[in-house]
Design a protein around this ligand. Structure first.
Ligand SMILES: Cc1cc2nc3c(=O)[nH]c(=O)nc-3n(C[C@H](O)[C@H](O)[C@H](O)COP(=O)(O)OP(=O)(O)OC[C@H]3O[C@@H](n4cnc5c(N)ncnc54)[C@H](O)[C@@H]3O)c2cc1C
Length: 388
């Protein structure tokens, strides 16, 4: 493995930073804040990236991409997440919904769905989890029954991020056939969120708006040509998609950015002379570096066309914990003032620590909990048997 930075990627990083400096408004605090400007801004920002052909860098040219390496794409992910992800929900299109369509979509589906993603015009959400099917996704109950030329979908999805953005499309998982093995019989559908019978109920939590929704489907007619891949073989798509998703977010880059701000604060406040503060900040710096290298290991496999299942889980375990540790350290450093939100004029670091801390409470649950990641490492990485 060679993690030496390509000079062209280093220039690209500088160009991206210049774009971010010139484009991000002063009020930008990410998309999970109570600010009606946030989601429309993410759409505008994606169109600006698309105009520079930076939105779909790693996509092949035939799908509207620039065919750039997985490493260049990693630079993009790092800069985006460090800046609180100004692409908003669309990072999911680029990181894994688009690639799933490329791998499993028909030519007609690819021609229909990929160009709007490449132009930055469309928000997708992911309808996988259900009230009784999260870690154990194969127990999902949403049904899709084939009736002539369409499937009729009934069921409830939960924790569906960005459904209220509003999302234009949903990558939906539903049971289309009853099979002996419950991993069989599941299918993936591309569902237009304006179809009659779909209702979206935002769920309020401390994580902020757009993060969680409940989506119900009542006799929702999904055209047969919106089935992705083979009917009943959706489990294979889910496995591939979740692996892309786990590598997809450069969490260590955000943690490193918040840490930089904490270091500045510690210097300005004089706390940086305290040996305990110095040790804590230095430990976090070491953890950021370890998280970055673990992510790079997964990227290096992706660059060779290998699906990095165990490596992606290891990287994710480390990066999600790191994000939480940086939030904890930030609150300790700032004391009670660190709890003030961004709108408060006396909030230190413009409320960044409060936001980072709260945002990352659910981080170890999203896209497969820490325990599930550890199960993957135990079984596939260490060859341990299933638990009894
Ligand atoms: C921020 C965030 C965004 C999300 N966005 C989406 C989205 O857009 N679309 C979507 O479909 N879902 C989304 N989810 C849902 C997420 O995928 C589920 O929350 C997750 O898979 C866990 O499922 P659950 O909540 O049902 O918990 P459960 O599966 O019920 O788990 C409860 C607890 O039991 C533990 N546990 C479960 N099984 C095992 C096991 N075999 N071994 C050891 N421990 C186990 C878990 O680790 C957890 O601590 C999101 C979640 C979060 C937090």
């Amino acid at each position: 493995m060679d993690f030496a930075v390509d000079p062209a990627d280093a220039r690209f990083r500088d160009d991206l930073r210049a774009l971010l400096d010139g484009t991000l408004p002063d009020w930008w605090r990410g998309m999970f804040v109570d600010d009606p400007r946030a989601i429309p801004f993410t759409r505008e920002f994606c169109r600006a990236l698309a105009a520079r052909e930076w939105l779909t860098l790693a996509w092949p040219a035939e799908h509207g991409g620039a065919g750039a390496s997985a490493w260049t794409q990693a630079v993009l992910r790092e800069e985006m997440w460090a800046a609180e992800e100004p692409r908003g929900p669309q990072y999911m299109n680029l990181n894994y919904i688009g690639p799933l369509l490329m791998r499993y979509g028909t030519p007609t589906q690819r021609a229909r769905f990929l160009p709007p993603m490449a132009r930055g015009e469309v928000i997708w959400c992911q309808g996988f989890s259900e009230p009784d099917a999260g870690s154990d996704l194969a127990s999902l109950r949403t049904r899709a029954r084939l009736v002539e030329d369409h499937f009729l979908v009934d069921g409830t999805k939960i924790w569906t991020s960005y459904a209220d953005a509003p999302a234009d499309w949903c990558l939906l998982l539903a049971r289309s056939e009853l099979a002996a093995d419950r991993h069989d019989g599941i299918s993936v559908f591309l569902v237009d969120m304006t179809t009659p019978g779909i209702s979206v109920r935002p769920i309020d939590t401390m994580a902020g708006p757009h993060e969680f929704n409940e989506v119900t489907f009542e006799s929702v007619a999904v055209p047969r040509d919106c089935l992705l891949g083979e009917a009943g073989r959706g489990w294979e798509l889910v496995a591939a998609g979740l692996t892309f998703e786990r590598v997809g977010i450069a969490r260590y880059a955000r943690a490193a950015r918040v840490l930089e701000h904490l270091v500045t604060h510690a210097n300005e406040s004089g706390q940086s002379r305290d040996p305990r503060v110095r040790a804590r900040l230095a430990e976090l710096r070491a953890s950021c570096e370890a998280a970055r290298l673990l992510a790079y290991r997964a990227v290096s496999l992706q660059a060779r066309g290998v699906v990095p299942t165990v490596e992606a889980s290891i990287a994710r375990i480390h990066a999600t914990r790191l994000e939480q540790e940086v939030g904890h350290a930030g609150l300790e450093l700032l004391g009670p003032l660190g709890l003030l939100r961004s709108g408060d004029p006396v909030a230190p670091l413009a409320g960044e620590v409060q936001r980072h801390f709260v945002r990352n409470i659910p981080t170890t649950v999203a896209a497969g909990t820490l325990e599930i990641q550890k199960n993957i490492v135990a079984r596939r990485g260490l060859g341990l048997p299933r638990e009894t």
